[in-house]
Write a protein that binds this ligand. Structure first.
Ligand SMILES: CC(C)(COP(=O)(O)OP(=O)(O)OC[C@H]1O[C@@H](n2cnc3c(N)ncnc32)[C@H](O)[C@@H]1OP(=O)(O)O)[C@@H](O)C(=O)NCCC(=O)NCCS
Length: 213
């Protein structure tokens, strides 16, 4: 999706940036892991296929992808952006005739970064971005039945179980963004700042960073 191609979202501990070709080698390395393939129900791709996928995600109107970066590391201009990558988060618009319906996916790919609250922060930021920028009103999450951590995190955001597929061994959870939920979830998003990605990236290597410490 081109809408976020120059968008940087700054949270407390993470920075979300659009998925671009510089990120592909690290992403490809992650997806070579059998554990992540299983947890995310993904097939392994060649490096070439991964570059094709990145291009199609950028161009397709139904997919909005951000790479999750470690904010502290990214604040250090000596560290390559690729070294700051910890995962990704996606919104898929699932129904071409209804852009208010979306699927939400998240992956904290780096094991050392799991269980530290990053998943919760990123899900909140992405729900907020989808509601305010893309007009999403209903989210869906499809999760492997044995992925207890992921099921627990989505339930924390009041996603409710709507179906279980024995064939695919996955549960579908749904969240309708009504007024009450919007107040609860989006009420205090003051910690999230939106910036221009290219400018921030360029100024990272300049004298001063735009990021709040
Ligand atoms: C699932 C995932 C996104 C969670 O993100 P995270 O940053 O590790 O989770 P957080 O630290 O934000 O924790 C959020 C909640 O998850 C649950 N949780 C986290 N780690 C847990 C663990 N080891 N065991 C049980 N529950 C756990 C808790 O409910 C926690 O909330 P709490 O801290 O208020 O109790 C992340 O672990 C991940 O990406 N794993 C690998 C790929 C994957 O499974 N992706 C999802 C595919 S659908």
């Amino acid at each position: 999706m081109r809408i976020n191609e120059n968008t940087l979202l700054e949270g407390k501990d993470v920075i979300l940036v659009p998925y671009n070709e510089d990120h592909v080698p690290r992403y490809h390395k992650w997806m070579g892991s059998p554990e992540l393939q299983k947890l995310t129900a993904s097939e392994p791709l060649s490096l070439e296929q991964e570059y094709d996928m990145q291009r199609s995600w950028r161009e397709d109107d139904d997919k909005c992808t951000f790479i999750i970066l470690d904010k502290k590391l990214w604040a250090n201009p000596d560290v390559q952006e690729q070294e700051c990558m910890v995962g990704d988060v996606n919104i898929f618009l699932t129904d071409p005739s209804d852009p208010s319906l979306a699927e939400l996916e998240i992956m904290i790919a780096e094991p050392n970064y799991r269980g530290k609250g990053l998943g919760k922060e990123v899900i909140r930021m992405m729900i907020c971005y989808g509601v305010t920028k893309l007009g999403v009103r209903k989210y869906e999450a499809k999760i492997g039945l044995d992925n207890k951590v992921s099921i627990a995190i989505f339930k924390k955001f009041k996603f409710q179980e709507v179906s279980v597929s024995e064939v695919f061994q996955e549960v579908t959870l749904e969240l309708t963004v009504d007024h009450a939920l919007q107040t609860w979830l989006l009420g205090d998003m003051s910690f999230m700042q939106e910036r221009e990605y290219q400018k921030s990236r360029d100024s990272r290597h300049g004298a001063s960073s735009h990021l709040t410490q």
